[in-house]
Design a protein around this ligand. Sequence first.
Ligand code: AMP
Ligand code: GLY
Length: 432
Amino acid sequence: MNILVVGGGGREHAVIKALKKNQTVDKIWCLPGNGGIEADAECFPIKATDLDGILAFAKERRPDFAVVTPDDPLCLGLVDLLEEIGVPCFGPRKNAAVIEGSKVFSKQLMEKYKIPTAAAHTFTSPQSALAYLESCDYPTVIKADGLALGKGAVIVSSYEDAERVIDDMMVKKIFGESGSHVLIEEYLTGPEVSVLSFTDGNIVVPMVSSMDHKRARDGDEGLNTGGMGTIAPNPYYTSEIADVCMKTIFLPTIEAMRKEGRVFKGCLYFGLMLTPKGPKVIEYNCRFGDPETQVVLPLLQSDLLTVMQACRNGTLTADMVKFSEGAACCVVLASDGYPQKYETGYEIVLPETKEGEEIYVAGAKRAEGKLLTAGGRVLGAAATAPDLKGAVKKAYALAEKISFKNAYMRRDIGKRALEAQAGRETDKHISE
Ligand code: AMP
Ligand code: GLY
């Protein structure tokens, strides 16, 4: 079988490495891929948003299956177009990808179907938003409606802050049309959990839970990034909480989408907050998370391609998806200065990896036989181990062996999770 993968980050590298385990896979073509992915797939310089280019490629090469992972092509309807020319795809169609593409849509869906989430109001003019902000409680959260490179949610602590954000989003339109509608929502507190799930539109099978580390600096300080590291499983996400989420969030969401005539097939990502009043949805993503995928897929024991095909064909069953009991950690190495200004073009020296270690390349290109940095997040050093402590240690040991001139990494990926785990074990001990 020949497979087409659309995307070019660490997440796609993890997907490709998992797909390659299937013996029936002959070739993997990745558009556009990157200099590191080239070791595992044939890459072509066609951007993930160049729908015409991708379609022309698919017509010529006729892949047997396609996996579309980034949000933009999904929201633009790439899956619909590929399916139309007879290429079966993993990923939601445009009318279902809107669950991520429009925060106003997803908020209305949750309100209509009583899925727990932060209370929110939608505004279409800066005047009405500001009038509301004059009398609301702070902190509060302002979100641009559409895709905004993960930067569309801002927590504001005063009216003055809020005024600036409304001006940026609705008047200066720093996120373009994404800011023509904004949501202002209740500020929630509690640990955050990412739960990616496989769904064929009928049933939903959650993957192992994970925890992202979105801020640039240790101790969750600094600017928001695409994610500086991840661990799985997330110790806050107990089996009791998982049961509650299945009943109150996962199944109701899949059913709501079906009832709305927007059957969701693919990977639905639930960004959850475990609030004192129970788990609530912070956001939905219509795709695998990055860098969550880099810790979730290494723990998947089942064959990824088979599961993806079942999602597409509407034949998914819960027993098709098995995860190992172990844990995983991924430490992102970024170019120093990310997410703001940073330099690229430095040579990356990669070590050999051992069993249970993987390097997932995100922002790198190949030139004159060398691998050079080419982005903010350059790569992820990932490891699996029987327990979280071992996985964190192993991932950092691997990260230490990777070198490029301006490499930067957080030093505390997994720290909070390990503390939570230790706290829970102490509590259990006391109550026994
Ligand atoms: P989003 O783009 O919706 O995923 O939001 C990005 C981050 O902002 C989340 O991971 C949370 O840390 C934070 N956030 C979003 N919505 C809320 C909320 N209602 N209350 C508190 N924090 C939030
Ligand atoms: N790591 C968060 C995301 O993929 O949206």
